[in-house]
Design a protein around this ligand. Structure first.
Ligand code: PLP
Length: 475
């Protein structure tokens, strides 16, 4: 640790006084906080190139005045008693305005998954089954032999090897029409959605979102100051006619056509064509959030909307959060060829480039077939969990889940429930972490629940649904 103290040898004040004064000023300015360790007198004397005597004198005075405290065997620290003064100092004064867009965002709450993982938590894959040893071997290989060039800033698009592996995967598995030149590596699909909004929308522009829909799309649009137009979702997906009635001239439609969030509906072929036709006529863009469609249990995966598009109006986004693991923070956007350069310029403004040490092993993981193998292994595991969950809900709650057999969550309507928020709170008291459906609506909500089954072991499913049924009818 360096202490950022500087001494002036020809200063009229003696050395001990300068050392004392520097520490005191830094404590009072809040730069050194209660409980921070300070260097030993020996280390500080060596660092400053002075004898130990002035340092001992300065520390003696700081201890005597209560700025420092000595803890036997541990060293010297900024006094814990200063904590309350620190707090007072941290109260900032004067006008402290932030942008209207930042002020309008809903308050940040620590996400429940940061506290603990429990049955039915949304968005969590079965991390215990992830092939950690294969992954760490690849990470280890690249960390040990990292080429010096790779320590430098990379390209805003991402690593070529990974972009090629993703393009090949998306062409064959998702029917996306693309080459590697259109692929951007981003930090999860959240960044892809944000990047798309920044490139395609101005403040005040109307944008369609699905109702109910993915709450973090709402936040992206709020952060941009856009006009959010909630378009209802029925059992064929986004209702294009309703959207046209509400805002025919919207600039962008954000949709999850393969597996809608949260209802789990797959958009019908006729709706897809209708949506593409609207975009062509309105000169609008579509942002396709293809976030969990690797997992379908009843039929073959549904091809992407982007693959149907003949007018290059779709930005396709996807993520490795669900098949790999969420903290990897790797996702991708596939961009129409004529937008590639503008996306690159915006991506660089947001965040220079993605991290090499995540991308290089990911490229190998895909190319060597580990990704496909992991998917094949997980599909029947999730399929069984989903079947068990759907059966238990029918048995214990008497409700039917909506949506297709896909992804890692199910949703159900509970129209007779007075408050799904209260219900979720009662379930949490019983150790079950369900999400209220009403939270996914911008307008008048329907009551219901959304349950993730990705990280809920088979044996935990029926008991957790039983607890949920108890929460449904409080005594
Ligand atoms: C609808 C939807 N889109 C995208 C994502 C993925 O986000 P990310 O790739 O940023 O982890 C999620 C995560 O749960 C989601 O629910």
């Amino acid at each position: 640790m360096t202490t950022l103290l500087s001494l002036e040898r020809d200063h009229p004040a003696p050395l001990y006084r300068q050392i004392y004064g520097s520490f005191r000023a830094r404590v009072l300015a809040g730069e050194l906080r209660a409980g921070d360790a300070v260097p030993s007198t020996r280390d500080l004397a060596r660092e400053l190139g002075v004898s130990r005597i002035p340092v001992l004198e300065a520390y003696g005075q700081l201890l005597a005045e209560g700025y420092f405290e000595a803890r036997r065997g541990a060293g010297t620290f900024v006094s814990a008693a200063l904590a309350t003064h620190d707090e007072e100092k941290r109260q900032m004064r004067g006008e402290r305005r932030v942008s209207a867009n930042a002020a309008a965002l809903p308050p940040y709450e620590r996400p429940s998954w940061a506290e603990r993982l429990g049955a039915f938590q949304l968005g969590q894959p079965e991390l215990r089954a992830f092939p950690v040893s294969t992954w760490s071997r690849l990470v280890g290989r690249y960390s040990r032999n990292v080429p010096v060039r790779a320590l430098q800033y990379g390209d805003a698009f991402g690593l070529v090897a990974l972009r090629e592996a993703i393009a090949a995967y998306l062409r064959t598995s998702r029917g996306v029409r693309c080459d590697a030149g259109q692929v951007f590596i981003v930090s999860g699909s959240q960044q892809a959605l944000d990047l798309s909004a920044r490139v395609l929308l101005d403040a005040g522009d109307p944008a369609w979102v699905e109702e109910p829909g993915y709450w973090l799309v709402h936040h992206v649009l709020e952060a941009q100051g856009c006009r959010i137009v909630a378009v209802p979702v029925d059992n064929e997906g986004l209702n294009v006619a309703a959207g046209t009635k509400r805002a025919a001239k919207a600039r962008v439609a954000f949709v999850a056509p393969s597996h809608q969030s949260p209802l789990g509906v797959t958009m019908s072929a006729s709706r897809r064509l209708e949506l593409l036709d609207w975009a062509r006529r309105a000169g609008a863009w579509i942002v396709e959030d293809d976030w969990d469609s690797e997992y379908r249990y009843d039929a073959k995966p549904i091809a992407s909307l982007q693959g149907l598009d003949r007018n290059a109006r779709v930005v396709y986004t996807g993520t490795f959060s669900k098949v790999m693991f969420p903290s990897l923070r790797l996702g991708y956007a596939v961009v129409p060829p004529d937008l590639v350069e503008r996306f690159a310029a915006m991506r660089r403004a947001m965040d220079l480039c993605p991290p090499y040490l995540a991308q290089a092993p990911m490229a190998d993981f895909l190319a060597a077939g580990h990704f496909a193998r992991h998917l094949r292994r997980m599909r029947p595991i999730y399929a069984r969990r989903r079947r068990l969950l759907v059966d238990a809900i029918a048995r214990e709650i008497g409700a039917e889940v909506v949506g297709d057999a896909a992804g890692m969550h199910v949703a159900m309507f509970l129209d007779r429930c007075r408050s799904d928020v209260d219900l979720a709170a009662r379930a949490l008291e019983r150790g079950v972490q369900v999400s209220p459906l009403s939270a996914s609506y911008l307008g008048k909500p329907r009551q219901g629940l959304v349950l993730g089954f990705g990280n809920t072991p088979e044996s935990a499913i029926a008991p957790a649904v039983r607890k949920l049924a108890e929460a449904l009818e409080p005594a």
